[in-house]
Design a protein around this ligand. Structure first.
Ligand SMILES: [Zn+2]
Length: 230
């Protein structure tokens, strides 16, 4: 089986090439079970043609993959995006738990039984550290004070802001690119000024994040994928 790597929206995807003497042109489909893209193509198709074909098909593929993302468990060898950067999980068993980022590797040591749980806790801390720092920076811009910032497992929204100036975020934002995360921070901090979604509210958001629409669109498109990790 021939497999070629393809970068789509920051995610590395493997595309299977299936040479078929009877095929007249290149065809792309998504394997339902494995969620792997498969290209059927005539033998001797030059590689540059395959790459150009995949480049043209990216939007279609992305749409299909986002509709039904396959679960990506926290196991050795799997790639997960952390603030938009892909990291490959390198796990080795050890009596004591240790997790750290080394370049594009997420190096994990620890007992085998709670691997997934340990990584989830680490990711929550990682998300919290960034989110709270960013929100504090934004709060200074709008001249408001935050009571506390926390991250939680939430299904329905990416962030919330209470009357008591408590900001809550989904820990799964850790899988989104930083500009998108920054937008969510700006959105919730802006609620410290305007507890609504009025025109004034969006003007406050834009003080911190000039193009919110791009990020709102990204979140809509990629939400199922952010829930597929772990
Ligand atoms: Zn809001």
């Amino acid at each position: 089986m021939l497999v070629i790597p393809l970068q789509i929206n920051g995610a590395a995807i493997e595309v299977e090439l299936c040479y078929n003497p009877r095929s007249k042109s290149m065809r792309l489909r998504l394997d339902r079970l494995q969620k792997r893209p498969i290209v059927t193509l005539p033998p001797q198709t030059p590689e540059f043609e395959v790459m150009a074909f995949l480049e043209r098909s990216k939007n279609w593929l992305l749409k299909r993959l986002n509709q039904h993302p396959c679960p990506i468990p926290f196991i050795n060898g799997n790639s997960i995006p952390i603030f938009g950067q892909d990291h490959i999980i390198h796990y080795s068993p050890a009596p004591k738990s240790k997790i750290e980022l080394q370049g594009s590797r997420l190096v994990m040591q620890g007992p085998t039984d709670n691997l997934s749980q340990a990584l989830k806790i680490w990711l929550k801390h990682h998300a919290h550290a960034y989110l709270s720092q960013r929100c504090q920076e934004y709060a200074k811009i709008v001249g408001k004070k935050i009571n506390y910032v926390r991250v939680r497992e939430v299904k329905s929204r990416w962030g919330s802001c209470s009357q008591a100036a408590n900001l809550s975020f989904s820990w799964r934002l850790v899988f989104a690119p930083l500009p998108v995360v920054d937008y969510v921070c700006a959105h919730e901090v802006a609620h410290l000024v305007e507890m609504n979604h009025s025109r004034q509210f969006w003007a406050v958001v834009e003080l911190m994040c000039p193009h919110p629409k791009v990020h709102i669109h990204w979140l809509k498109q990629n939400a199922p994928r952010l829930f597929s990790y772990g």
